[in-house]
Design a protein around this ligand. Structure first.
Ligand SMILES: C[S@@+](CC[C@H](N)C(=O)[O-])C[C@H]1O[C@@H](n2cnc3c(N)ncnc32)[C@H](O)[C@@H]1O
Length: 170
């Protein structure tokens, strides 16, 4: 009986991870060192709204909250979602942060000042259309690893041996 419950829980958690991978990307965190690069490029001002689309364990959400943002992360894979909730609950800036168990394709991004994502390029065309429709003028989009085709970057941060980060402004 106990084994069946364990197996069911395991399969359920695995199913949410597979579903997330199919929707946009599996869980792979931004490197810890690159969090500082994100903060430098985002230039967050207190009270700005920052979204991490597919927030994984919430490390960027916590960092943005600590920098003074109202930071929101969306996550649909249960294991990273619980990690993110735990991280925010234990973060000194947790009151500035929210982790939502929600598909970011269904989120309204119209009040975002900064949007960050680390997702597979297969979804970039769809993401571009969503951003062009929803983001307010001046909002920043920060992408980890791959550039967005057809957008002129405001900055490209590609130090030798590091993962590239691309910054765009709508
Ligand atoms: C490559 S990880 C990036 C995690 C985090 N942003 C970071 O940089 O450390 C992508 C995350 O997006 C989540 N994800 C994929 N599709 C999603 C969707 N439609 N809505 C919310 N989260 C999604 C995955 O579960 C995964 O945790």
């Amino acid at each position: 009986m106990l084994f069946s419950i364990f197996l069911f829980v395991f399969l359920f958690l695995a199913a949410t991870a597979v579903y997330a991978g199919w929707r946009a990307a599996p869980w792979a965190p931004t490197f810890k060192d690159d969090k500082e690069r994100f903060l430098r490029l985002a230039c967050i001002k207190p009270g700005q709204k920052v979204y991490d689309l597919g927030c994984g364990d919430g490390r960027l959400v916590a960092a943005a909250g600590k920098a003074g943002a109202i930071a929101v992360g969306f996550e649909i894979s249960l294991v990273p979602y619980f990690f993110a909730k735990w991280r925010i609950a234990n973060s000194p800036a947790g009151k500035n942060c929210r982790i939502k168990f929600k598909d970011f394709w269904k989120a309204d991004l119209s009040d975002a000042d900064v949007v960050y994502f680390f997702l597979m390029p297969k979804i970039f065309a769809k993401m571009k259309a969503k951003m062009e429709k929803e983001l307010k003028p001046g909002a920043k989009v920060i992408i980890y690893t791959w550039p967005m085709d057809g957008w002129e970057p405001l900055a490209e941060d590609c130090p030798k041996g590091k993962t590239p980060i691309y910054v765009y402004r709508r």
